[in-house]
Ligand binder design. Structure first.
Ligand SMILES: Cc1ncc(COP(=O)(O)O)c(C=O)c1O
Length: 347
């Protein structure tokens, strides 16, 4: 598939003399918005073509490339909700700080959805908890998958929102690789954000926010307020590349086999491998780093290894051998430990 932004960057003239920003004055990939490079604020050329392909792939009516992370997508979705008279948002207590911050800044009241702890992990809220919380709010936000690789009850949430006539948005910061799957946020939500840099091969901060038909106009106004006016072309090109990256069935299967073969906690998402270590995790993470193996986090109970379609099967084999040599402790299953911030109160 054509890579509109990357091909434009490659086709630039070697004679290019920069009398424009950025100040390093090197022409190349890191250019600014010029006559031929389009404009993220009002796209009509290569960026418009890239965004059109992205929205087709993601099943959206319109998708917006973000170079400021999923954070700016979450701010934009909530501002779009606010512009349509949403004054209270229901969301799980473990939501990302950007959700709390956007509510605070936009004057949206938070209705926190209670969650249960299981095996030392704060789990997705039940459909029943979602339904009860949404009665006190005008819109719903769920995170799917979460940092630990569990899907939210998306189909039930869609039905609950339809039943109550309220909009549904999804924080998919950890789920952009799922656009091939039935559990993809875009199959259920009115607006959703994809953290393309986390689970697909985009540069850090590369993300996409998308809308279905009725939400295109308010989201389009909102992204203009929360995106930089100096977007990075390397990041934009990488977002287009990452969304067009082919599905890697072999690594998906290898990840699920790995989970079964190495005593991992069962979860829903192949890109997140959760290895229970209990208190022995700190020493284990240190030992792994000495071998050059760097996990995503150790939360006091689990070490989480984060994969993507670019993970090599040979690297998984190496990880398996290293893990099998390390002693494991008991998981403290009653209280959740630290990888996700837990806010007890909303603003
Ligand atoms: C669940 C969740 N939502 C949103 C974000 C924000 O994403 P970004 O860092 O791309 O702004 C994160 C970041 O870690 C996250 O974990």
């Amino acid at each position: 598939m054509k890579l509109h932004i990357a091909e434009m960057l490659r086709a630039q003239s070697e004679e290019h003399l920069s009398f424009h920003t950025p100040g390093h004055k090197h022409a190349g990939a890191d250019i600014t918005e010029l006559s031929y490079s389009d404009n993220l604020y009002a796209p009509h050329g290569v960026i418009a073509a890239a965004e059109a392909d992205i929205s087709d792939i993601l099943g959206a009516n319109r998708s917006f490339i973000l170079t400021d992370g999923s954070t700016s997508g979450i701010f934009s979705m909530l501002a779009a909700l606010k512009s349509r008279s949403v004054s209270a948002l229901a969301y799980p207590q473990y939501s990302h700080p950007s959700v709390y911050h956007a509510c605070e800044l936009l004057g949206i009241r938070s209705v926190l959805i209670p969650q249960e702890t299981e095996y030392g992990i704060l789990r997705q809220p039940s459909a029943r908890a979602v339904e009860a919380a949404l009665r006190q709010a005008d819109a719903l936000l769920l995170t799917s998958p979460d940092y630990y690789g569990f899907f939210a009850p998306l189909a039930e949430a869609r039905a609950i929102c339809d039943g109550q006539g309220k909009p549904f948005v999804v924080d998919g910061a950890h789920g952009s690789h799922l656009h091939f799957s039935p559990e993809y946020a875009g199959k259920f939500a009115d607006m959703w954000v994809d953290g393309v840099h986390k689970s697909l091969p985009a540069l850090t901060q590369g993300a996409v926010v998308s809308a279905t038909d009725g939400w295109v106009s308010p989201l389009s106004s909102a992204v203009r307020r929360f995106r930089t006016t100096s977007p990075s072309y390397p990041i934009m090109a990488s977002v287009e590349y990452a969304v067009k990256y082919p599905r890697n069935f072999a690594i998906e299967r290898a990840a699920e086999d790995f989970k079964r073969g190495h005593g991992c906690l069962g979860n829903d998402d192949w890109t997140k491998i959760l290895v229970p270590f209990g208190a022995a995790g700190e020493a284990a993470a240190g030992a792994l780093e000495k071998e050059g193996l760097y996990p995503e986090f150790y939360d006091g109970n689990y070490i989480l290894f984060y994969l993507s379609p670019c993970t090599k099967e040979s690297d998984l084999l190496r990880l398996g051998e290293a893990l099998d040599a390390l002693p494991r402790g008991e998981v403290a299953s009653d209280a959740p430990t630290g990888a996700v911030p837990v806010y007890r109160e909303g603003p």
